[in-house]
Design a protein around this ligand. Structure first.
Ligand code: COA
Length: 179
C-alpha cells in the first residue's frame, strides 16, 4: 500500500531521513509535548535513528500494518509542518489517529483537521476499518477541537497511563461517510 496522500494544501507521506531536524524541532518544545506523554529527542542524530527505525523496522507500524504517523508537508513551500496518522495498538486491538504540529503552524489554519480527515479516509477506504479512536488529554482543548471538527464523538473518559485524565473520541465509517 502506498502511504502518500494529498489534500488541497498538504502532502502526507512516510517520514524520510531528511525529516530528522524538523522532528527534533517539533519535539523540542515543551508546549507541543505538554499533553503527549512523549519525551524530546536528545539531538538530531537521535531523531534520525528514530526515523530510520520507524520506516524500516519489519515489526514497526509501517512495515507490519501498512499504517503509521506520516509527515505533513505544506505544498506552497514544501515545509515540513508536523505529522498525522494511524497507529494500531495490539494490546487493545484498536487503531487511533494522532497529530502533532510545529507551533508556528498552529492556530486555526486548519492543517491538523485537513490532514487528519485524509487519514480517516485512508483508514476507512484502504484498511476497511469500522472505527478509529483518538485519545486526548482532558486539558488539550486544541486537540479536542480537532477531534470535534472531524466529527469524532466523545465515547468515554479514562485515565491515560493510569494517571492522566483523558478523553476517548471515536468515529465510525458510517459517521465519516455521512459527515
Ligand atoms: C492539537 C493541534 C494539532 C491543533 O493544531 P491546530 O493547527 O490549531 O489545528 P486546526 O487549525 O486544524 O484546528 C484547531 C481548532 O482548534 C482551535 N484551537 C487550537 N488550539 C486551541 C486551544 N489551545 N484552545 C482552544 N481551541 C484551540 C483552533 O482555533 C481551531 O478552531 P476552529 O475550528 O474554531 O477554527 C496542535 O495544537 C498541536 O500540534 N499540539 C501539540 C501536539 C498535541 O497535543 N497533539 C494532540 C495529542 S492528542
Amino acid at each position: 500500500m502506498i502511504l502518500r496522500f494529498e489534500t488541497d494544501r498538504l502532502i502526507l507521506r512516510p517520514f524520510e531521513e531528511s525529516d530528522a531536524p524538523f522532528l527534533f524541532e517539533l519535539n523540542d518544545d515543551e508546549e507541543v509535548m505538554r499533553y503527549t506523554g512523549d519525551i524530546p529527542f536528545k539531538n538530531i542524530e537521535d531523531a534520525r535513528k528514530f526515523v530510520l527505525d520507524y520506516i524500516n523496522n519489519p515489526q514497526g507500524q509501517i512495515k507490519k500494518y501498512s499504517m503509521g504517523r506520516l509527515a505533513v508537508i505544506r505544498k506552497e513551500d514544501d515545509a515540513f509542518i508536523g505529522w498525522t496518522g494511524l497507529k494500531y495498538h495490539q494490546e487493545g486491538d484498536f487503531v487511533d489517529t494522532g497529530y502533532r504540529f510545529i507551533k508556528r503552524f498552529w492556530g486555526g489554519k486548519g492543517y491538523a483537521t485537513e490532514s487528519t480527515r485524509r487519514v480517516l479516509q485512508h483508514a476507512f477506504e484502504d484498511h476497511k476499518l469500522e472505527v478509529v479512536e483518538a485519545h486526548v488529554h482532558e486539558h488539550n482543548y486544541g486537540s479536542q477541537r480537532v477531534a470535534q471538527r472531524l466529527r469524532m464523538r466523545l465515547d468515554h473518559r479514562f485515565l491515560w497511563s493510569g494517571t492522566k485524565p483523558a478523553r476517548c473520541y471515536k468515529i465510525t465509517k458510517d459517521d465519516f461517510n455521512n459527515s
